[in-house]
Design a protein around this ligand. Structure first.
Ligand code: GLC
Length: 452
């Protein structure tokens, strides 16, 4: 017995050691490699709110905005919310295959989906609560989704909410600046013990990183400037525990919300993420004007319309052109585009969701070379609406318009410029070159010219 205990203790020390040992720059580069090359991922917001579809008691909540926040918007306690939402949440068999196929077709390399959003409902079969798919549907939806993603060769990311509007010990008095559970009965006046919520949060994270094989990304959401990090979530312990089980995992920075943990919403770089705070910065619903700095790892997450969770009322769909140009814009600033889908309660997708991703897929089929594995260029494109991406000695000139002069001057020496495999006329003088364009650009969304 004694030696077993010793082995157990020794193993635990070793395991925690993995989490805390400082990682060298080259180890970090190796771990981040696939993510830096990917440039495009799919985000999925799907939970009980998907069944409510932007409606409460038969009435529209809003035309626009975050409908995964419906519980909070309507000030509902968790019981009334769950009572109305659960019967509507009936995922059809095999639902996730459509997501995975669409992501793959569109050229995404990874998918990040909500294992639990702020409402608190866990999509996995959790031993720590009965507010989960295991207890309520007798299914493990996380497993179903993970299996579907892996079948398409996609990397797997878990979005996991730090905020919890269901858990009886999530302490709203401490949640400064963060939304807390509402509604008389749920709120009550009884003091809450946040430590017990943290045990639950850490426990569920442990289930998620232990039971589904290799997890590529953990996407935490979110902290306030007054309530973040170790005080709010025992963040360092949480990250170390996750890394001990998933040494290759890549995490965002939202367990923290402080200046040196990167800027979440505005990006005037340059900054490098201090690894204590995570691996990458998260811009939300916008592309920072200059990215988040040349060597920064960052990702812009955005919606197709204006909500993350499904709403039948939100028809503010972005055009395929806008989406393609966002992808180009983000890649040209050295970031990844995490583009969201909000499936319906049965897991099915709206026609707009499908056609948007397909449009990107059609463009990527021809042009993924100009996106995947590229970095920001170290010079600017002047006088024309377009972007530049770089891969080694190759640059990709991606044009959104044709300048009226019919030519583009670049501050680099170009040997060859090719559009759809045909060479364009290039005049090079010293370290600058002028490229002559055809009378019309073949792709009005974004025409790619390869410069070697
Ligand atoms: C915000 C919202 C949330 C959404 C997320 C995506 O943090 O609270 O609803 O999941 O942004 O980035």
């Amino acid at each position: 017995m004694a030696h077993r205990l010793f082995t157990f203790v020794a193993c635990s020390i070793l395991l925690t050691g993995i989490g805390t040992a400082a990682e060298s720059a080259s180890e970090r580069n190796e771990r981040m490699k696939w993510w830096r090359e990917a440039r495009f991922g799919m985000f999925v917001h799907w939970g009980l709110y998907s069944g409510l579809a932007g409606e409460w008691e038969g009435r529209k909540v809003a035309d626009k905005g975050n409908m995964e926040w419906l519980q909070s918007h309507k000030g509902l306690d968790t019981y009334s919310y769950a009572k109305a939402a659960i019967p509507k949440f009936v995922p059809k068999p095999g639902f996730a295959k459509e997501w995975a196929r669409l992501a793959k077709q569109a050229g995404c390399q990874y998918v990040v989906f909500t294992t639990k959003h702020h409402e608190g409902f866990a999509l996995h079969d959790s031993k720590l609560t009965d507010f989960d798919a295991g207890d309520i549907l007798n299914r493990d939806l996380v497993k179903e989704i993970v299996d579907a993603l892996r079948a398409e060769g996609l990397r797997v990311g878990f979005y996991h909410s730090l905020i919890d509007w269901h858990h009886p010990q999530y302490d709203f008095t401490k949640a400064q600046g963060l939304p807390y559970p509402k509604g008389g009965t749920a709120l009550g006046t009884t003091p809450r013990d946040h430590e017990r919520y943290l045990e639950f949060l850490h426990g569920q994270a442990n289930e998620l990183v232990s039971n589904y094989g290799k997890i590529d990304i953990l996407w935490w959401d979110y902290s306030s400037t007054k309530f973040d990090g170790d005080t709010a979530w025992r963040a360092t312990d949480l990250m170390n525990a996750v890394r001990a089980k998933q040494p290759g995992v890549i995490m965002n920075n939202r367990l923290f919300r402080r200046a040196d943990a990167g800027k979440n919403t505005t990006g005037s770089g340059p900054y490098r993420m201090d690894p204590r705070y995570g691996d990458f910065g998260t811009a939300e619903q916008h592309v920072p004007a200059t990215g988040l700095g040349k060597d920064a790892d960052w990702e812009a997450c955005m919606t197709l319309n204006t909500t993350w969770g499904y709403s039948k009322y939100d028809n503010a769909w972005k055009s395929p052109r806008k989406l393609i140009r966002n992808l180009v814009d983000i890649a040209s600033k050295g970031g990844n585009y995490l583009l969201n889908i909000g499936p319906k309660a049965d897991g099915s997708l709206t026609p707009e969701t499908v056609s948007s991703f397909q449009a990107i897929g059609n463009w990527m089929e021809k042009n993924s070379d100009a996106i995947r594995g590229t970095t920001a260029a170290d010079f600017k494109l002047e006088g024309v609406d377009g972007r530049i991406t770089t891969k080694g000695k190759t640059h990709f000139l991606i044009l959104f318009e044709r300048p009226s002069s019919g030519a583009i001057k670049l501050p680099i020496a170009v040997k060859s410029a090719k559009l759809d495999g045909s060479s364009l006329n290039v005049k090079t003088e010293g370290t600058s070159s002028t490229i002559e364009l055809p009378a019309t650009l073949p792709d009005p969304d974004a025409t790619v010219i390869r410069l070697d």
